[in-house]
Ligand binder design. Structure first.
Ligand code: IUR
Length: 453
């Protein structure tokens, strides 16, 4: 059994060889059962980071990771309807909060398993936890109950889902091996495959405020995720979307809940609606609930604009622990959101330094300052401040006068430093109308061949 010795497997990968299915299965099992030393896992991760993996290796790694824990199963009559989405992370990315209930309103079942924010990007779970009572920890049985009664839920990863990923992800984080295509694919797709989905849509972002700065490298990741997802039995589509400024006008956990609710009441920003309708359209087409992409987009838009998605969101909040009265307050047509959501101690308005057109907003610069002010975390497990955030009071392309308020910062004590304030100020840029940054976000769609029309 020399081939299954751990040093031998590490050596094979270190020297650029391919691991057999048997070796990969053994490695994942040893990781899940805690029968391997962390130094050995770290060495293997670095060897994979350096040498990559062949497509069959990535498929086997992903499948074995999926099989390391519970694989969810659903009632037969839901076959074909189970859908979810994954985003590689953005600034102000609140798409899931609108998309999950919109899909449920269109007849899908959405067992959305989301993550927490890390580095400069926010996490869907942190946003939802700014709603008092919202409980993201639900067992598989509870998830099924909520899907039966509501149609969607947004929950954290359960203890039993892909335990191998929990170990590997934590070690990737401390060994500088997060940014490896095979390891990213294994991690993301194993968890989605363990949800036993019929269809998955990926929002793979590129740009200044994304993990990948250019379209080509984002596309390389998207293609790999689509391919591995297909191999594991899901229909997978991907949108390549720009992530340079912010999605919508609000960034920060509870402020993003407010903007999501406004969107569910038909008053959302165009860029957020573009992402929600495009990603939702892809899922409706792949699950057979829409004839084509434009029919899918239209159905999602109607679910949002007609209030059906808002009702689903309200029911989901109640099913996940939010008091009936609080949920009703948040969903009222004219809501005083801060009767339910805590507001930061201080609001500071910054003003435009000159007359001009807002040509660009640097989402990364805003996110980094908010992170320092407590809105994000640097290490897994750290708490975040739900109330810290910014509201953009102007939109791209808008003419502003010198002295007009253009950004409202929500902060706690101590007050932001001069440096932080000037970084926020210079995140907004003035210029000529023809230089306004493009507002359409989706640059390209990758769909399974049969849906390309
Ligand atoms: N999200 C995941 O679940 N896994 C990863 O490797 C990354 C993001 I990067």
């Amino acid at each position: 059994m020399e081939a299954l010795s751990i040093p031998e497997m590490i050596r094979t990968k270190r020297d650029g060889g391919a691991l057999s299915s048997e070796q990969l299965r053994a490695f994942v099992q040893l990781v899940s059962n805690n029968n391997i030393q962390e130094a050995q896992i770290g060495a293997m991760l670095m060897a994979v980071w350096q040498k990559g993996m062949t497509p069959p290796e990535v498929e086997t790694l992903t499948r074995e990771m999926m099989l390391s824990g519970e694989v969810m199963s659903w009632p037969k009559e839901w076959a074909g309807l189970m859908v979810d989405k994954h985003s590689t992370g953005g600034v102000g990315d609140k798409v899931s909060l609108v998309l999950a209930p919109a899909l449920a309103a269109c007849g899908c079942k959405v067992p959305m398993i989301s993550g927490r924010g890390l580095a400069h990007t926010g996490g869907t779970l942190d946003k939802l936890e700014s709603i008092p009572g919202f409980n993201i920890s639900q067992s598989a049985a509870q998830v099924q109950e909520i899907l039966a009664s509501v149609g969607c839920c947004i929950v954290g990863q359960t203890q039993t889902l892909v335990p191998a990923d929990r170990v590997l992800y934590a070690l990737r984080d401390i060994t500088s091996t997060v940014d490896s295509l095979p390891l990213i694919a294994g991690s993301i797709i194993s968890k989605k495959a363990a949800e036993s989905l019929a269809a998955l849509v990926l929002d793979v972002k590129f740009g200044r405020a994304a993990l990948y700065k250019d379209l080509e490298s984002a596309k390389e990741l998207a293609k790999l995720l689509v391919e591995v997802g297909n191999q594991l039995g899901m229909r997978v589509g991907a949108a390549l979307s720009r992530m340079d400024s912010t999605i919508g006008q609000r960034v920060g956990n509870s402020l993003e809940v407010v903007e999501s609710l406004e969107t569910l009441k038909g008053r959302g920003p165009d860029d957020l609606m573009e992402l929600v309708t495009t990603l939702g359209g892809v899922l409706l087409v792949m699950s057979g609930l829409a004839a084509d992409q434009s029919d899918g987009r239209r159905r999602i838009r109607e679910a949002v604009m007609g209030g059906a998605a808002l009702s689903k969101f309200q029911a989901m909040m109640e099913a996940q622990g939010v008091a009936k009265e609080a949920a009703a307050t948040l969903c009222a047509a004219q809501s005083d959101y801060h009767r339910v959501l805590r507001k930061a101690e201080h609001q500071l308005e910054l003003s435009s330094p000159a007359d001009g057109v807002v040509v660009d907003v640097d989402g990364m610069a805003l996110a980094l300052v908010l992170h320092q002010l407590g809105a994000g975390r640097s290490k897994a497990g750290e708490p975040v401040n739900h109330s810290v955030g910014v509201e953009l009071l102007v939109s791209l392309g808008q003419w502003v006068q010198k002295g007009a308020p253009w950004l409202r910062l929500h902060h706690e004590d101590p007050a932001p430093s001069q440096d932080q304030i000037s970084r926020l100020q210079s995140a907004l840029m003035l210029g000529a109308q023809e230089n306004v940054r493009r507002k359409t976000l989706v640059a390209e769609l990758l769909l399974p061949q049969e849906f390309m029309k």
